[in-house]
Design a protein around this ligand. Structure first.
Ligand SMILES: Cc1ncc(C[n+]2csc(CCOP(=O)(O)OP(=O)(O)O)c2C)c(N)n1
Length: 1074
């Protein structure tokens, strides 16, 4: 019968206190059966010992896999095998020796065997035998098969094996019965992965109550003995239950590394690990006071404001502080954090230490915003702060990254920024810079980007050498129960893909939380691998403070209402232990309350809100003190002939000795050399020149994306592979000059969301790096749409931070079908912030403008540049579609030579990569040259503008089709072709000059994309604004369509011809309504 909506109780009613739920008992029974199947008598007799339980599986002797019921299978390939017989051989060996001559074995073994033979009273057989590894002189190391006729011996050895199995079962499954849930409503559905451990289940292991006081030797795979190597079964079980079944549940036995498993076992099994000094307990109490009273303070002052409080998981604050303390003590100097809404203000206040008055004034609705941009709600803002860590006595920089509502989207961004900080500080092993990611349980399980981010964690160019993940597992996602929110037992199962240990902990036990966090940071700082802390808690209020949780989770919330606050519980515990007095506790509370009250009073003096005070990634020295660009100009982006020739030579050669490249690649390099002799560049060479020259200037360049090293279209070849030696590679770009910056070019995992987020984070760390992400084909960017919408296009407006990331998006209708054709320019253009209806004269100083018939125009080149700069400065991002290698070269270099940073979206070509006309002469790349926002027609039309009947504006590859068609039709003087290379911000000034030059021509926008796609919707109103709505703007292109392109080559070509016909048909628009 389904239970009432107590959301976490899964398929069964809540367990009675003190009793073991039937479900668990069944579960235990089942696992026992499985384990029983592994147990055999020491003889190799084919019949397995019959043990209780009915669902045992046969075990192949050559497979060391522990078969578990249901979906969880645990590989123990890396574990020393219990069934390998090493310990049993040893005992047998010992017994045989003892039978021969009792004096030839250690005294303790002698006592042991004599007692055993005499069926000693429980507990009295033991006489502390020597360690297993001690070899016996003169004894054979491999015992001949012993025919065990002595039933006592058989039982003795069998019992030892069974005890070992029992120990192992606790290590594998102890977390299943740990008391993790503060509400005790059993949130984890382990029906399919049951557990059979505990003293009441001895029978499943062939053990009996009478064995409880017998002494058993401990295997090397446990540390419960501390300094003892044997214990009674009763004590073994007690210690295992203490280690694995209380408030900490450790999931780690899937890890394929014995050393790492042993490390974890030692950390959790060693006796006395949870002993805290009085001082440590008082510090922990003080942290709990801060965490709890902060939320209470906000609630008192702003009871009707959303703050996504931490109530129910107050121990998150000591958890994070412990991780930071511990990491700082291990040498970490910078911690970069990402987290969602829940408890964020608390983390800002009590972990990052944002001034409380700055937080409180965010609640004041009357304060005006001082900065440009939209700003963001207070629980999304970021922060950067350097402070002294009291435990380590060292400085540590803490950054909490700003993030959007989109849960988990910030994960890869944090990782990218962390990687960049590691890179720039030469921290190649992650010893100085680390990341902490905080998650909600529903989001951690549900959002695919979590998985994508985990998969970056061990890739050479993406690893941050271990992240500590902390899950605020309040067992609910908005109104949704875990049973509806995930198919896995725990919300943390995703972390298993990278062999990260998972430490579940009852968040109502602050000491257990603190211990687990200590171990987690030690793990990270020892193994430099990811680790997860799962804080099992509850959410005292609704999703936010205004939300009524009883609508959907009535029973859960009835229980929550009765739940005592964790601070009070912990304070009472410490008072009971005489660690603090009531008075001391109350003083601690009063002290923190006063800090809040004082800050509140100060916050009232604030008149203005500054978003820039919430910057998570400052760029010291890049801007003026008040955050402005140091100049408003951009130098020429051209290079000297020598530089071009030198970089070209590198691009056309193999700069190392004894390196065999593929013959096909030799041809590519030779073709490059031939081109260079003609002082020309194709697309790949233009890119080489841009990136290489920036490296020469000391600018780090990082190009990342799927297959970018070779290039999807096999045109780039930035990494050469020796054809004879495995993994021998050469990156010629790193051989340009001895003092150059490093070039990082890296094939990424097959992810867009995760990898683009990562690169965005990387670009955040420094303005002096060119960070490029290339999509395999432009349309694949849509799986990273959240990074584009929430961070790239709007990041500066929301969070006052700039970013110069470059997106390279292969685009073009080439008959390849609906996919692989369109990078969806319309989407990027729709998000541009320039006003389609306003000719931006306000960007020009009045002295630089002249009146034309319709508008004021900037007059001279300097003024034009200033206009262009101001336009760029005010835009949210730049969108370009370059038609020549030279222009691509300039726009990449401009990205770094600009005095500010904006994201750059580049639609890049496919067939143009090898198009013989899509070449640029060095002349267009020399000093004095620059990126051309518009490329006017420089042929016959420009010589006789009045004769031109049609002015066609276009962008990208279609230019070459139009050019060919114009030639075929001999219409060189009648039709002018003008390329709009920078689509956004729209080059109003240059476009206007063209429309005025060809005053007799009708104005056409031509594109190869469908009418409802491409550039048309963006360009049309801007062209109309440019001509003051005095002339029609006609369209030549494909009609509207749902799919970006046809899958039929013939149709594709027909469509192309049709649009070209329209473009050159002088009567095409006659009589049409405008
Ligand atoms: C990608 C995304 N989808 C949906 C939402 C709407 N949303 C906000 S909070 C929330 C529940 C999150 O649950 P959980 O991750 O467990 O965190 P909690 O709020 O419980 O702390 C949802 C669905 C969102 N913010 N982001």
């Amino acid at each position: 019968m389904p239970c009432d909506c107590m959301r976490s109780i899964r398929r069964t009613a809540p367990p009675q206190r003190g009793s073991i739920p039937q479900r668990r008992r069944d579960a235990m029974q089942r696992i026992m059966s499985a384990a029983a199947a592994r147990l055999r008598p020491l003889t190799t007799a084919p019949s397995a010992r019959t043990l209780s339980g009915s669902r045992s599986r046969p075990v192949r002797p050559d497979r060391r896999t522990l078969y578990l019921a249901g979906r969880q299978k645990s590989s123990v390939a890396a574990e020393p095998s219990l069934s390998s017989g090493s310990s049993s051989d040893y005992v047998e060996e010992m017994y045989r020796t003892w039978l021969d001559d009792p004096s030839s074995v250690h005294k303790s073994w002698d006592v042991f065997f004599r007692n055993a033979k005499a069926s000693a009273a429980p507990g009295s057989a033991y006489g502390s035998p020597p360690p297993l590894q001690r070899s016996l002189p003169g004894r054979a190391t491999v015992a001949a098969p012993l025919s065990l006729t002595d039933p006592d011996l058989e039982k003795l050895v069998g019992d030892h094996l069974e005890v070992h199995t029992l120990i192992r079962a606790y290590q594998v499954r102890g977390h299943h019965i740990a008391k993790l849930d503060p509400l005790d409503i059993s949130c984890v559905d382990l029906d399919d992965a049951p557990c059979s451990i505990g003293s009441h289940n001895l029978g499943s292991y062939g053990l009996h109550e009478s064995d409880l006081d017998k002494v058993f030797r401990l295997p090397k795979t446990t540390f419960i003995g501390g300094s003892e190597d044997s214990l009674t079964l009763r004590e073994i079980i007690r210690r295992l239950e203490a280690a694995y079944c209380q408030h900490i549940g450790v999931e780690f036995m899937f890890i394929n590394d014995v050393h790492q498993c042993q490390w974890i076992r030692r950390k959790f099994e060693s006796p006395g690990i949870l002993r805290f000094s009085a001082e440590e307990k008082r510090t922990l109490l003080a942290r709990m006071v801060q965490s709890t009273r902060f939320e209470e303070f906000l609630q008192r002052k702003w009871s009707s404001e959303k703050r996504f409080g931490l109530e129910g998981c107050e121990s998150l604050i000591p958890a994070l502080k412990t991780i930071i303390d511990q990491s700082s003590s291990s040498g970490v100097e910078s911690v970069i954090m990402g987290m969602p809404h829940r408890g964020r203000l608390n983390v800002l206040a009590n972990v990052v230490r944002k001034e409380l008055d700055q937080i409180f004034c965010q609640f004041d609705p009357k304060l005006e915003a001082a900065d440009e941009g939209s700003g963001d709600v207070k629980y999304h803002l970021g922060m950067f702060h350097k402070r002294m860590n009291r435990l380590s006595d060292k400085n540590v920089t803490l950054s909490l990254m700003a993030n959007p509502s989109h849960l988990e989207a910030v994960d890869p961004v944090v990782q990218g920024k962390t990687k960049a900080e590691q890179f720039y500080s030469g921290d190649s092993e992650g010893k100085k810079v680390m990341s902490i990611l905080i998650h909600g349980d529903a989001a951690f399980a549900g959002q695919g980007v979590v998985y994508e981010t985990f998969h970056l964690s061990d890739l050479p160019s993406y690893t941050t050498h271990g992240t500590v993940h902390v899950v605020v597992n309040n067992q609910i996602g908005f109104t949704t129960d875990p049973r509806m929110a995930r198919s896995s037992a725990y919300p943390t199962d995703v972390a298993r893909v990278v062999n990260a240990p998972i430490f579940h902990v009852n968040a109502d036990d602050p000491e257990a939380v603190t211990y687990v966090c200590k171990v987690a940071s030690e793990w990270r700082n020892t193994f430099h691998k990811d680790v997860v802390v799962d804080l099992v808690c509850f959410r005292r209020n609704g999703h936010n403070e205004m939300d009524e949780p009883m609508f959907t989770q009535p029973l859960m919330y009835k229980r929550i209402k009765k739940q005592k606050g964790v601070l009070l519980k912990y304070a009472e515990k410490l008072m009971g232990e005489a660690v603090v007095t009531m008075q001391e506790y109350q003083e601690e509370v009063a002290k923190y309350d006063k800090i809040c009250e004082d800050a509140y009073a100060r916050s009232k003096d604030e008149k203005i809100l500054h978003i820039k005070h919430w910057l998570d990634s400052p760029w010291p020295g890049f801007f003026t003190a008040d955050g402005r660009p140091k100049m408003m100009s951009c130098p020429s982006t051209g290079l000297s002939e020598e530089q071009l020739a030198h970089i070209g030579m590198v691009a056309a050669s193999v700069p190392v000795e004894d390196f065999t490249v593929h013959t096909g690649l030799s041809r590519v390099l030779k073709a490059r050399a031939d081109m260079l002799r003609k002082r020309a560049c194709d697309w790949a060479l233009g890119e080489y020149m841009a990136l290489g020259s920036l490296l020469q200037q000391g600018v780090h360049v990082r190009l990342s994306g799927q297959d970018v090293e070779r290039g999807t279209f096999s045109h780039r070849h930035h990494v050469l592979h020796d054809q004879n030696v495995d993994k021998k590679t050469c990156v010629p770009m790193n051989h340009i000059s001895p003092d150059q910056a490093t070039y990082t070019v890296c094939n990424s995992s097959l992810s867009e969301y995760g990898v683009l987020g990562f690169e965005l984070g990387f670009a955040m760390a420094s303005p002096n790096a060119l960070v490029l992400w290339e999509a395999q084909f432009g349309d694949f960017h849509n799986t990273a749409q959240c990074i584009i919408d929430q961070f790239i296009s709007s990041g500066q407006a929301k969070w006052f931070r700039q970013n110069g990331i470059v997106l390279l998006l292969p685009h073009g209708m080439e008959g390849m079908g609906p996919e692989h054709s369109s990078a969806r320019p319309e989407r990027f253009l729709q998000m541009c912030n320039d006003d389609q209806d306003v000719f931006p004269v306000s960007l020009c100083p009045p002295s630089c403008l002249v009146h034309t018939l319709t508008f004021m125009l900037p007059v001279c080149q300097n003024v034009r540049e200033d206009f262009a700069m101001r336009q760029l400065y005010h835009c949210n991002w730049m969108v370009v579609n370059c038609s020549t290698p030279a222009n691509y070269f300039h726009v990449l270099r401009r990205q770094i030579l600009l005095p500010f940073r904006k994201p750059l979206i580049v639609f890049t070509p496919k067939s143009l990569l090898r198009h013989p006309d899509a070449r640029s002469s060095f002349d267009h790349m020399l000093p004095g040259t620059h990126f051309r926002r518009v490329i006017p027609d420089e042929g016959p039309p420009a010589a006789q503008p009045p004769n031109v009947k049609r002015l066609i504006f276009c962008s990208g590859k279609i230019y070459y089709d139009l050019e060919r068609e114009r030639k075929n039709r001999a219409m060189d003087t009648a039709v002018a072709l003008v390329r709009v290379e920078q689509l956004s911000p729209f080059p109003f000034d240059l476009v206007k000059a063209e429309t005025e030059r060809y005053a007799n021509a009708d104005v056409v926008w031509c594109q190869e994309e469908h009418k409802n796609q491409g550039y048309y919707d963006y360009v049309k109103p801007r062209l109309q604004t440019t001509v003051g709505h005095t002339r029609p703007v006609w369209y030549a292109g494909r009609g509207p369509a749902a799919a970006p392109a046809t899958g039929n080559k013939h149709t594709h070509l027909m469509e192309l011809q049709r649009l070209l016909n329209t473009a050159f048909d002088m009567d095409a628009f006659a009589g049409n309504n405008y």
